[in-house]
Write a protein that binds this ligand. Structure first.
Ligand SMILES: [Zn+2]
Length: 359
C-alpha cells in the first residue's frame, strides 16, 4: 500500500491584496484557492492537510487568518502548522507598503526567515506561538509541522518534541535550504522521537534526440509537487513507488497553485493546467487499489498502533524525459530573457533557498 498525503502550504506573502489573491485565489468573483482545492478533494472523497502560516496574522490581522483556519476545519480538512517566522523584507516584487509591513510587523526577526537560523529556545517559542494560535482559532491542536522553505535543522526536531507536535514533514531531499536533506529521501523515519514524513522526490533526466542520437542534460531532483511536475511525471512516481516498495507519496501544493501571477503579483489569472493536473491525478489515484489517501491525523492514529505498516524503501524514482528541441531552445531563450529582467537581489535570494539540486 502507498499512503498519499495531500499537503497544501497556505500563505500570502505577495500581491496587492495578498490573502484574497494567494489564499482564497479570487479571480473575478470566483475562488480558486483553498476552497477549490477542498472542492476537488471532496469530489473524490478525500481529505487534505493544510499547513497554515499563522504568523501572517500580524500582517493581515487575526480575523483574516482565523477565517481561513475555520473554513478548512469546518469542512473537515486539517489545519497544521507552517512556520515562516518572517518574510524577506527586500523583495523587489512587493509594493513599498507590503515591504514595510514585513519589516515592521513580523512576529519574529525580519532578518531571519528560516527556522534553522534560530536557536533551539527560539524555535520552541515560534512553535509554541503557532500551535496555540491554531488551538485558539479552531479548538484543535496541530499534529504536524512543515517549515517554510523546508528550512529545518536538528534543533527543529528537539523543539517539536518539546512542544508536543509529533510529526514533521519538512525534509525535502535535494532542497538547498533544508539542512537535513540527506537523512531520508522517501522513507518515513523517527528523528528525536518525532515522526518524519518527508516531502517525496524523484530524479528526472531530460534529453533531446537528433535522429538516432540522444543528448542528455544533467539529472535534477524534483519534489512531487503539482506546480513542478507534469501529470506524466506524477503518474510515473506513483507507478515506480509501487515497484520500488516506497510506502508514501507526499503531494505538495500551495493555496495559490491554481493561480498564475504577473511578475509583481498584481495581476492574477487561472492556471488551468495545474487545476486539471490535480483533478486528473486524484481521479486516477483514488481508483487505484494500491493507493490510500490520508491526512496526518489519520496517519498518526494508525502509526501509533501499527508503525511497521508504513515501512517502505528509501529508493528514488527516476525518469528520463524526452523534451523537444523547440522546448529546450524556448526555455533557453526564456531563461536569458529572465536573466536580463530578474532583479539581482531576487536572484540571489532564490539561489539561497528555493532550489532543487542538479546532480
Ligand atoms: Zn511556505
Amino acid at each position: 500500500m502507498i499512503y498519499l498525503f495531500i499537503s497544501i502550504d497556505v500563505e500570502a506573502p505577495h500581491g496587492n491584496n495578498p490573502v484574497d489573491q494567494m489564499i482564497w485565489g479570487s479571480i473575478n468573483g470566483e475562488r480558486f484557492g483553498i476552497k477549490k482545492i477542498m472542492d476537488i478533494c471532496e469530489k473524490y472523497n478525500v481529505k487534505s492537510s493544510f499547513f497554515l502560516d499563522v504568523y501572517e496574522a500580524r500582517f493581515y490581522g487575526v480575523h483574516a487568518m482565523k477565517k481561513v483556519a475555520l473554513e478548512i476545519k469546518n469542512r473537515g480538512h486539517e489545519v497544521e502548522l507552517h512556520t515562516h517566522p518572517s518574510w524577506w523584507t527586500e523583495d523587489p516584487r512587493d509594493s513599498f507598503s507590503l515591504r514595510r509591513i514585513k519589516k515592521t510587523r513580523s512576529m519574529f526577526d525580519p532578518k531571519r526567515n528560516w527556522m534553522h537560523q534560530y536557536s533551539l529556545v527560539e524555535q520552541v517559542k515560534i512553535l509554541e506561538v503557532g500551535k496555540s494560535l491554531i488551538e485558539e482559532w479552531t479548538g484543535t491542536s496541530p499534529i504536524a509541522h512543515r517549515a517554510g522553505g523546508y528550512g529545518i535543522n536538528k534543533e527543529t526536531f528537539t523543539a517539536l518534541k518539546n512542544v508536543e507536535i509529533p510529526i514533521d514533514s519538512s525534509i525535502c531531499h535535494g532542497w538547498l535550504n533544508c539542512k537535513l536533506d540527506k537523512i531520508t529521501v522517501n522513507k518515513i523515519m523517527s528523528i528525536t522521537n518525532v515522526i518524519e514524513v518527508p516531502v517525496t522526490t524523484m530524479e528526472i533526466r531530460p534529453f533531446i534526440t537528433f535522429g538516432p542520437f540522444a543528448m542528455y542534460s544533467k539529472n535534477r531532483i524534483y519534489k512531487t509537487d503539482i506546480e513542478r511536475l507534469s501529470l506524466e511525471n506524477l503518474f510515473s512516481f506513483a507507478h515506480q513507488a509501487k515497484d520500488l516498495n516506497i510506502s508514501i507519496m507526499t503531494l505538495t501544493l500551495h493555496s495559490h497553485s491554481f493561480i498564475t501571477f504577473s511578475p509583481n503579483f498584481s495581476d492574477v489569472e487561472l492556471n488551468k493546467e495545474n487545476l486539471s493536473k490535480f483533478e486528473l491525478f486524484l481521479n486516477s489515484i483514488t481508483q487505484n487499489k494500491h493507493f490510500r489517501c490520508m491526512t496526518f491525523k489519520e496517519f498518526y492514529a494508525e502509526y501509533s498502533v501499527f508503525p511497521s505498516k508504513f515501512n517502505g524503501s528509501n529508493e528514488i524514482p527516476y525518469v528520463e524525459r524526452k523534451v523537444k528541441l523547440k522546448e529546450v531552445l524556448g526555455s533557453f531563450y526564456k531563461k536569458n530573457l529572465q536573466k536580463q529582467k530578474i532583479d539581482p537581489k531576487l536572484k540571489k535570494y532564490w539561489e539561497q533557498f528555493s532550489q532543487e539540486k542538479t546532480l
